[in-house]
Design a protein around this ligand. Sequence first.
Ligand code: C2O
Ligand code: CU
Length: 549
Amino acid sequence: MTLSRRRFLVGAGTLVGACALTDALRPVRAAPGMSMPMKSADRKMPQLAAPKVPLLNPTSLSKFVDALPVPPIARAAGQRTHPAYPGRTLPLYRMQMQAFRSKLHRDLPPTPQWGYNGSSPGPTIQTTRGEPLLIEWANDLPTTHFLPIDHTIHGAEKNKPLVRAVTHVHGARVPAGSDGWPEDWYVPGKSLQYHYPGVQDAATLWYHDHAMGITRLNIYAGLFGAFTVRDAEELALNLPSGDYDLPLMLCDRLIAKDGQLYYPVSDDPSAPWVSECHGNAVLCNGKLYPYFEVEPRRYRLRLVNVANTSFFDLSLSHDHPFQQIASDQGLLTAPLERSHIQLYPAERADVVIDFSGLDGQSLQLRQQSEGILEFRVRDRGRHDTSALPAALRPVPRIDPASAVQHRQLALGEQDDAGGNAMTMLLDGKMWSDPISEKPRQHTTETWSFVNITGDAHPIHLHLVRFQIIDRRPFDLFAWNAHRIVKYTGPAQPPPPHETGWKDTVRADAGMVTRIAMRFDGEPGRYVWHCHFLEHEDNEMMRPYELLPA
Ligand code: C2O
Ligand code: CU
């Protein structure tokens, strides 16, 4: 095998002295019998370097000794006018990106991180439909990065400042100029004021960094937080609120024994990018294995997967069920009882957990079989006046026949012209190729993601909410030979929990995943991309342009 700029993992045997890592750094699993188009199977992943620092084995930590942090609610710093909202005064929030240290666990030294207003997750921004707001996103970060930048990646070249940031509110319907265009990054000492019109239904959104070529590092460093939208219709349902409604932001990390975050690198110091980043410990709102004291009543938890590449399979101990009430873009038609909730990166699920009758007991939230958070039920004599109505909100189905455009877009991976770099591509195009997707405002389209890789990819479109139409297996060989989609089985409609409004969809390997959406919102340039942050940073992101009606 020739030495390539990016070499690929051939086995875990090279990870000498990193036994705690074997799981965390596992190679990508391909579906059995799945062929790897456009590259050979043994070049699946860059060769991971053994960490130079001793890593923490999280199973050695005492469990459930720290209280679960609940991010504070952001408070407006003042009121301002804005030309887009004549005659109105809007609240202005100031969110400051800063370096800080915090303990991820009682028995660990403080961990250097980056976050908004000095915490990760940052403060929760609570908004209400019909009430626009302004946010000044200030970059007050240091001028050097503490995570490994790959300067061979587009947008992160050596001539670019090391520290750059720009914030995007994931799932927000905002004008293009306030959306956090990845190339609109700015350096420490600068800030940008964005406006959020508040023209969308209640949902759990989240804000995070989106700077070109280093998003994976900035988010890994801690630059994310929750952004919730409420509306009158949802409030009228009397779901659990106030102290009984909180975000639970989950991500996995590798942590060195000295408390520092460790981000995996390839064994090529000039090109440290790796195609996936898996941790071996799950942070719940920034803590490892916290506990949360709850009352014997209903709680609404807004589960958000803010991990770089890992997906979570969440369940409760004692087979206690979740009632899922919302997906990415808001309420489902009715609560769904679920024993497991799977979330790919950037996906959300709002669940109601009913702890009534459990006074004095404990329940654990599990990621696969591991308890990551303990709920301790303690009665404080307060009465639960919340409700969990049988009907939540209608979700009118989009008729795919009403679409004016059906786009077919391949999800692929490719070596570079020299035959040695792996990039992740959308429809075979690079970020800087001319814009090819130009939907027209107020029209409906369907997009079919033809996944020709061996892995699922979570695909996200900015600006719009969509519905999943179906997933359908296709013949990869026919695709490779003739670029045609030949289905090999029936279309699979989405399961009930995927029939609500979404903004991120898991596009499975060997399947065509179809979505439908109406392009409301303001004309301009937006992006769509894979939400595996390593892929997004390495070309699996494309612009699209919304043309005026
Ligand atoms: Cu979570 Cu382009 O976003
Ligand atoms: Cu991907």
